[in-house]
Design a protein around this ligand. Structure first.
Ligand SMILES: [Zn+2]
Length: 226
């Protein structure tokens, strides 16, 4: 996916956004094509990985290719299913926020998340967690956006790339990324959870809604005929 100057001005709401400036760091690693909606692999539950598999050259190489692919896209998360491997593994990184102002960062509760790997994740919604509605996009469904309700706070129990157990506590945008990527590993796409009247093209978003709040956009798109 190309990251054009035009795109960079409006995809601040895009879940899968990072920075093209990161692309050059990975030029010696093969990148993968990102599988697009319609391919059945995106709808299958991925299988768990064993300890030995995680440490194998095959999976370690897969992690490096996924890192390069995510950064080149650019994105903040990528599931193995999106590059054709039906295994419970995703990579996440959300560190470049130069396209967001302080208010936008606060609205999303978005904070820097360094590169890491989640394997065989189990996700739990924290007690008392609110539901937050915000726009999401997906590298496997290009050029569309939609409002998705997500839990504000989650806990994830998983393994890292060394097959060590890890517990992640996440809030805000990071919690949203985790929910989006773990959904991928279970065959669920964000459009399955989108408030459907809010599904739109990026072009429509820029033309009609840029700068407006999610609440305002929903009020303009959702009509009750009763
Ligand atoms: Zn996605």
């Amino acid at each position: 996916m190309m990251c054009t100057p035009m795109k960079r001005c409006f995809v601040f709401i895009w879940l899968c956004i990072s920075s093209c400036l990161l692309c050059d760091n990975e030029k010696f690693v093969d990148k993968e094509m990102i599988i697009q909606i319609g391919d059945p692999i995106l709808r299958k539950s991925a299988r768990a990985l064993s300890h030995d598999e995680i440490l194998s050259p095959d999976i370690q190489n897969l992690i490096e290719r996924m890192k390069a692919t995510m950064r080149a896209a650019p994105g903040v998360g990528l599931a193995a299913t999106q590059i054709g491997r039906s295994v419970q593994l995703a990579v996440i990184e959300d560190i470049d926020h130069r396209h967001l102002n302080a208010q936008q960062l606060a609205d999303r509760n978005r904070y820097p998340v360094p590169f890491h790997v989640i394997i065989n994740p189990h996700i739990y919604i924290e007690e008392g967690s609110h539901t937050i509605e915000f726009f999401e996009g997906c590298l496997s469904i290009p050029a569309f956006l939609g409002v998705v309700p997500r839990a504000e706070s989650v806990r994830v129990e998983c393994l890292n790339e060394r097959a060590e157990p890890v517990v992640i506590q996440a809030k805000g945008w990071y919690a949203r990324i985790l929910q989006h990527e773990i959904d991928h590993l279970n065959g669920t796409l964000y459009i399955d959870r989108t408030i459907l009247p809010t599904l739109m093209t990026e072009e429509s978003y820029v033309k009609l809604w840029q700068g407006k709040s999610v609440q305002e956009i929903q009020a303009s798109l959702i009509f009750n005929d009763s």
